[in-house]
Design a protein around this ligand. Structure first.
Ligand SMILES: [Zn+2]
Length: 66
């Protein structure tokens, strides 16, 4: 089964305890690219993207755009 290229708009929600630097899908261990998905009122949600397989993760982090 492969889901490459699908689900791009729906990051897998994860809970980060200490550090999250290893992709759960492909095992890449050197961290992630970061994207920001606008929510509203200058707020955005952080999306982590694996640079190797493109898997997207949503750690639930919110940031304020200023
Ligand atoms: Zn990956």
């Amino acid at each position: 089964m492969t889901d490459e290229g699908t689900g791009a708009d729906n990051p897998e929600l994860i809970h980060v305890d200490k550090e999250f630097s290893r992709c759960l899908k492909c095992g890449y261990e050197d961290g992630f690219h970061v994207s920001f998905a606008a929510v509203k009122d200058q707020r955005a949600e952080v999306i982590l993207i694996c640079p190797r397989c493109g898997k997207r993760y949503g750690p639930g982090w919110r940031v304020t755009l200023v």
